[in-house]
Design a protein around this ligand. Structure first.
Ligand code: C2E
Ligand code: MG
Ligand code: MG
Length: 658
C-alpha cells in the first residue's frame, strides 16, 4: 500500500489544483478548433478595417513608417483570412499569422508611440485578443511573454527615443495595469468558455433525454400496453422484414389470427385488472407453444396474431393452425377458473397476399369466415372473401340508405284459409335502389344484424309500420299487422321502449299488432328472450314464432314463451306436394299448435293444392304468392278493398284470393 502523502504536501497539491482550475489550465484545451476558427474570423473582421483605417490615417498625417507597419498588418490579416478559409489544417498557421499581426501592430504602436504616445493604450487589447484566439495555456504563455517584453521596453526607456514619452511613475502603473488586463482577459475567457461548455453539456443531456423518450415512444407505439407484445404497427414492421427474407420458391409465411370469443363479456365479468392479467396469461400460453421462428402480437383486445416462416409443404398451414387452436386457454384468475374459447383463421404468403398488411387482413378474414361458418378454424378462401367484400360494400350502402330514410315497408296480405278474407298483413322491409331494383332483405338483414345497423333499421321499420297500420285503422281496415324483429332488437331495451311509445301514440289496439320472432334468435340468449317475451306480453301485443321448424323447434319454448301464433316455414309448405313426410309434419304442427291454443299461419303458399291441404287440416291463415307478394301500403289498401268486394272466398278452394 502506498503511504498517504504528508498533510502539507496534500495542502499544496490541492492549492495548486485550485490554482490550475482558476487559471483554466486543467486538462485539454477548453476551446475546440472549430470555435477558435470562428473567433479568428471574428477578430479578422474587426481588425482588418481598423488596421487599414490606421494605415490610411497615419499616411495622411505623415507618419509614413507607422502607415507602412499598419499596411503590412493589413496584408497579414488578409493572408490570415485566406488561410483560415482554406480549411481546418491551416488553422494553427492562420492563428499564428493573426498573432503576428496582433504583435506587430501593437509593437509598432508601442515602439513608435502612435500619435503623441497614444499607441501605448492599444497594448491592453493584446491579452484579450490572445485569450480569445488561443487555448488557455498557450494564451497564458504568450500573454506573459508579451507582458515581459513590454516591461523590458519600459525598462529600456530612453534608449528608444520615439517610445514612452512618460515619466517613470507611469511606467510602473502601465506594467501593473497590463498585468491586471491579462488577468481579467484570462478570467473573462475562462468564464465564457466554461459557460459555453455547460450550455453544451446541458444541450447534450437534454438531447440524450429526448432521444431516450423518442425511443421509448417508438417502442410503445409498436407495442400493446398490457402484454408488451408487438401491436399491429409493430407486427407489420417485422412481418415486412420476414416477407422480404422469405424465398417463395421454398418457403411460405403463415399468418394466424386468433380471436378470443366473447372476450369483452369476460372482461365485464372479471373486471379490468383481472382482464389485463388474463390477457397476459393468454399471451404467455401462446408464446409457450410458439415455433422457434414464430412471432406473436396482440392487435386488438380480443385478437392475437402469430406469424412464422415455414418450409413449403401443403400440410404446414393446417398443422400450425391446428396447433394454435388446440392450445387450452384456461386459467385461474383471482382464484376463479376462467376459460376463453378462441377461433383461428389462417392465411399464407404468397398464396393469399402480396404484402404484410394484406396477409394480416387475410388471416383476419379467414377467422371471420370461420366464425360465419360456425367452425373453429379456417384457412383463407377467396370465394368467401368476395362475399365478405360484397357484405362490406352492402354495409356502406345500407348505412347511407338508412341515413337517407330510404328504406320502405311493404305489406304482404295474410288470408283466412276458411273464408278467404284478408285477416292480416306482414310488414317486410324493402330497400329500393336508384335503378328501380330491390336489395333482398335476405341479403341486407344479416348484414344489418352483424354490423349493428339493425337498431336504426328496426327503428325506421317500426315507425313506418305504425304509420301504415294507423292509416289502415283510420280507413276502417281492421287487420292484424305483423312486424319482424331480430334477436338483437329483442335484447335492446330501446327498441322495446320505442315499440311501446309508438303503440301508445298510435292508439291502435295492442292485440292488432303481432311481433314476429325468428326461431333461430332463441338460441342466442334464451333467458333474455324469455324476459323480452314477457315484456311484450305486458304491452299487450301478440307474438308469433316465425319460420317455425327451421331452427331449434324446442318444445320448451312452446311451453314457456307467451306466444300466440306459429308461422310454419315456407320450406315445409313448398315441399308439401313432394312427400308425405312434410305433409305429416305440417299436420302435426297444426295439431300441436291448436292443442296449445296457438293460431297457425302458413308462409309461402304458392300452389292452390297447398292452400287446400292447409285449409283441410285447419290451418288458420296463410300468406304467399298465390294471393299476393308484399306491396306498398297504399296498394295494400286497394288490395284489401278489392278482395273484400270479391268475398266470400270458397272455403278450402283451390283458387287464388289475390
Ligand atoms: P319472413 O319474415 O319469413 O318473411 C317471409 C318472406 O317470404 C318474405 O321475404 C316474403 O316476401 C317471402 N314470401 C312470401 N310469400 C312467398 C311465397 O309464396 N314464395 C316465396 N318464395 N317467398 C314468399 P323477404 O321479404 O325477402 O324477407 C326475407 C326475410 O327477411 C323475412 O322472412 C324476415 O325474416 C326478414 N325481414 C324482412 N323484413 C324485415 C324487417 O323489417 N325486420 C327484420 N328483422 N327482418 C326482416
Ligand atoms: Mg316474418
Ligand atoms: Mg318466415
Amino acid at each position: 500500500m502506498r503511504e498517504p502523502a504528508p498533510p502539507i504536501l496534500m495542502l499544496a497539491r490541492s492549492a495548486s489544483d485550485h490554482l490550475l482550475h482558476l487559471l483554466g489550465l486543467r486538462g485539454a484545451s477548453l476551446q475546440r478548433p472549430a470555435e477558435r476558427r470562428q473567433h479568428l474570423l471574428t477578430a479578422i473582421a474587426i481588425a482588418l478595417p481598423l488596421s487599414l483605417g490606421f494605415s490610411l490615417f497615419n499616411l495622411h498625417t505623415g507618419f509614413i513608417v507607422l502607415a507602412a507597419v499598419e499596411a503590412l498588418a493589413s496584408l497579414l490579416l488578409v493572408a490570415a483570412l485566406w488561410l483560415v478559409r482554406r480549411g481546418q489544417r491551416a488553422l494553427d498557421w492562420a492563428e499564428s499569422v493573426t498573432l503576428v499581426w496582433g504583435g506587430s501592430i501593437s509593437c509598432a504602436l508601442v515602439v513608435f508611440g502612435g500619435i503623441e504616445g497614444s499607441g501605448a493604450l492599444w497594448i491592453f487589447a493584446y491579452p484579450y485578443l490572445v485569450f480569445f484566439l488561443k487555448p488557455q495555456g498557450t494564451a497564458w504563455l504568450i500573454s506573459l511573454a508579451w507582458l515581459s517584453s513590454c516591461v523590458l521596453l519600459l525598462a529600456a526607456g530612453d534608449a528608444i527615443p520615439a517610445a514612452w514619452p512618460y515619466s517613470d511613475v507611469y511606467k510602473a502603473q502601465m506594467a501593473g495595469a497590463l498585468l491586471f488586463a491579462t488577468l481579467v482577459a484570462a478570467a473573462f475567457n475562462l468564464a465564457r468558455v466554461r459557460f459555453a461548455q455547460q450550455l453544451e453539456q446541458r444541450v447534450a443531456e437534454n438531447t440524450e433525454k429526448a432521444r431516450a423518450y423518442l425511443e421509448e415512444l417508438q417502442y410503445l407505439a409498436a407495442r400493446d400496453a398490457v402484454t408488451a407484445l408487438p401491436n399491429r404497427a409493430g407486427l407489420l414492421q417485422s412481418l415486412e422484414d420476414t416477407l422480404a427474407a422469405c424465398d417463395p420458391a421454398r418457403e411460405v409465411v403463415i399468418a394466424v389470427s386468433l380471436r378470443l370469443e366473447r372476450f369483452p363479456e369476460t372482461l365485464n365479468v372479471v373486471g379490468e385488472e383481472a382482464g389485463d392479467l388474463l390477457a397476459r396469461h393468454i399471451a404467455g400460453a401462446l408464446a409457450l407453444h410458439l415455433d422457434a421462428n414464430g412471432v406473436l402480437g396482440r392487435t386488438r383486445v380480443d385478437e392475437f396474431i402469430v406469424f412464422q416462416r415455414a418450409d413449403r409443404n401443403p400440410a404446414t398451414p393446417d398443422r400450425v393452425m391446428t396447433a394454435l387452436h388446440d392450445i387450452p386457454l384456461s386459467f385461474t384468475i383471482d382464484g376463479l377458473p376462467v376459460h376463453v374459447d378462441h377461433i383461428v383463421g389462417c392465411a399464407v404468403f404468397p398464396e393469399h397476399a402480396t404484402g404484410a398488411d394484406e396477409l394480416l387482413q387475410r388471416a383476419e378474414q379467414a377467422m371471420m369466415q370461420a366464425r360465419a361458418r360456425r367452425v373453429r378454424l379456417s384457412l383463407y378462401d377467396d370465394r368467401l372473401d368476395q362475399a365478405f367484400h360484397r357484405r362490406t360494400r352492402l354495409f356502406g350502402e345500407l348505412r347511407e340508405a338508412l341515413a337517407r330514410d330510404a328504406l320502405e315497408v311493404w305489406f304482404q296480405p295474410q288470408h283466412c284459409l276458411k273464408t278467404g278474407r284478408v285477416v292480416g298483413a306482414e310488414a317486410l322491409a324493402r330497400w329500393p335502389r336508384a335503378d328501380g331494383t330491390f336489395v333482398s332483405p335476405g341479403e341486407f338483414i344479416p348484414v344489418a344484424e352483424q354490423s349493428g345497423l339493425i337498431k336504426p333499421l328496426s327503428d325506421l321499420v317500426l315507425r313506418r309500420f305504425f304509420d301504415a297500420a294507423t292509416s289502415f285503422h283510420t280507413r276502417g281496415i281492421q287487420l292484424r299487422c305483423s312486424v319482424n324483429l331480430s334477436a338483437r332488437n329483442l335484447t335492446d331495451p330501446d327498441t322495446l321502449e320505442l315499440l311501446r311509445r309508438l303503440l301508445d301514440e298510435s292508439s291502435l289496439p295492442p292485440a292488432q299488432i303481432v311481433v314476429e320472432l325468428t326461431e333461430s334468435s332463441f338460441a342466442d340468449d334464451p333467458q333474455h328472450l324469455m324476459r323480452t317475451a314477457h315484456a311484450l306480453r305486458s304491452i299487450g301485443v301478440r307474438q308469433s314464432i316465425d319460420d317455425f321448424g327451421t331452427g331449434y323447434s324446442s318444445l320448451a319454448y312452446l311451453r314457456d314463451l307467451p306466444v300466440d301464433e306459429l308461422k310454419i316455414d315456407q320450406a315445409f309448405i313448398r315441399s308439401l306436394a313432394e312427400g308425405s313426410r312434410s305433409a305429416l309434419l305440417v299436420e302435426a304442427v297444426i295439431r300441436l299448435a291448436h292443442t296449445l291454443g296457438l293460431e297457425v299461419v302458413a308462409e309461402g303458399i304458392e300452389e292452390p293444392a297447398a292452400e287446400q291441404f292447409l285449409a283441410n287440416r285447419g290451418c288458420d291463415s296463410g300468406q304467399g304468392f298465390l294471393y299476393a307478394p308484399a306491396m306498398p301500403a297504399n296498394l295494400f289498401i286497394d288490395y284489401v278493398r278489392s278482395s273484400t268486394a270479391r268475398e266470400p272466398r270458397l272455403p278450402a278452394s283451390g283458387g287464388s284470393g289475390g
